[in-house]
Design a protein around this ligand. Structure first.
Ligand SMILES: Cc1cc2nc3c(=O)[nH]c(=O)nc-3n(C[C@H](O)[C@H](O)[C@H](O)COP(=O)(O)OP(=O)(O)OC[C@H]3O[C@@H](n4cnc5c(N)ncnc54)[C@H](O)[C@@H]3O)c2cc1C
Length: 301
């Protein structure tokens, strides 16, 4: 069978694309290697998706998945390892087989780099966060730390400094990296402290995060910083490795496409966090999903 549209990734971008494509009466196969719902399944509480005052990421993921399934989406679990362009059709290769479609929407998302600490994963949502836009409001009037010292860490720290009484940045180098304007803003803030030449080596928890252990990279001395939350801002990695030789990516691995979601391969579109963009949220991923699906439907004709 040749599907009208194969969507790679069942996060909010992919699931929204499915809804739009199915409502336009196109046949849709979604291929997903992990959890249906994508990154938001790691979020215990979402308060900034329109229409829902508060719900868990899993609840939102279930609702989006149900909506796509009710409209007739086919979903296969499996990791896409390659996409081939045959001109009029595209071949999407997974570990288990090959699928054929007239168009492909890549909605493969991105992953926040972890610190690699033992209990980091289980503390996500209980003190450890990767997104100040998403979670700053949960730390109103509290003290938090930010791991990192680049552009995204400074942006996280500045945003958090509006909600929190104190923000402590832990930077592994002797200086902040990134844009000069951001550095000036960050260092000028009274409630942002920067601990240089230090890395986070441990997460101390008891019913949620209570403190972090840090180590000076020069003296190797260890110390403890009491904190209500740790925002990890050591980079985001788009999940685009399998498509590196197929489609144009920017220097960081994001798919080179603007808000039209059109890539440099005719009939291949992209949506969500994997695309070059400035704001990566559920709402912006859903918006991309709609745009990409409408573009794919128009391409099919
Ligand atoms: C802990 C946490 C909390 C967050 N909280 C909020 C919040 O409160 N509000 C908010 O708006 N945003 C929040 N976000 C951000 C939001 O979840 C993302 O911006 C959004 O999920 C991006 O959607 P996406 O569909 O582009 O990508 P993703 O959600 O990353 O989905 C991509 C999907 O593609 C799959 N995939 C990748 N590669 C392949 C492959 N080769 N083959 C098959 N499948 C593949 C992945 O498994 C994944 O399921 C949070 C993120 C995290 C991590």
């Amino acid at each position: 069978m040749v599907y009208d549209i194969i969507i790679v990734g069942a996060g909010p971008a992919g699931l929204t694309a499915a809804v739009y494509a199915l409502r336009a009466k196109k046949s849709v196969l979604i291929l997903e290697k992990g959890a249906l719902g994508g990154q938001m399944t790691f979020s215990p509480k979402i308060e900034n998706y329109p229409g829902f005052i508060e719900l868990s990421g899993n609840e939102l993921a279930d609702k989006m998945t149900e909506q796509a399934l009710n409209l007739g989406a086919e979903i296969e679990l499996g990791q896409v390892t390659q996409v081939r362009d045959n001109g009029e059709t595209k071949t999407v290769v997974t570990e288990d087989g090959e699928f054929e479609a007239k168009t492909v929407i890549l909605a493969v998302g991105a992953e926040h780099r972890r610190l690699g600490l033992q209990n980091e994963e289980e503390l996500i949502g209980s003190g450890v966060s990767f997104c100040a836009v998403c979670d700053a409001a949960f730390f109103n009037g509290q003290e938090v730390c930010v791991a990192g010292g680049g552009n995204s860490a400074m942006q996280e720290a500045l945003l958090l400094s509006e909600n929190c009484t104190k923000v402590t940045m832990i930077q592994n180098l002797a200086f902040l990296t990134g844009e000069e304007a951001l550095k000036q803003k960050t260092t000028a803030k009274n409630n942002i402290e920067i601990i240089y030449n230090s890395v986070v080596t441990g997460l101390i928890a008891e019913n949620g995060l209570k403190a972090i252990e840090i180590q000076n990279t020069e003296t190797l001395e260890k110390s403890t910083v009491k904190t209500d939350g740790l925002f990890v801002a050591v980079g985001l990695r788009p999940d685009t490795d399998p498509f590196r030789d197929f489609i144009s990516l920017d220097q960081y691995g994001y798919i080179a496409a603007d808000e039209s979601c059109v890539t440099d391969i005719p009939g291949v579109f992209c949506a969500g966090d994997c695309r070059v963009k400035t704001v990566r949220q559920v709402s912006t991923a859903a918006a991309d999903g709609a745009v990409a699906a409408i573009a794919a439907v128009k391409y099919i004709g």
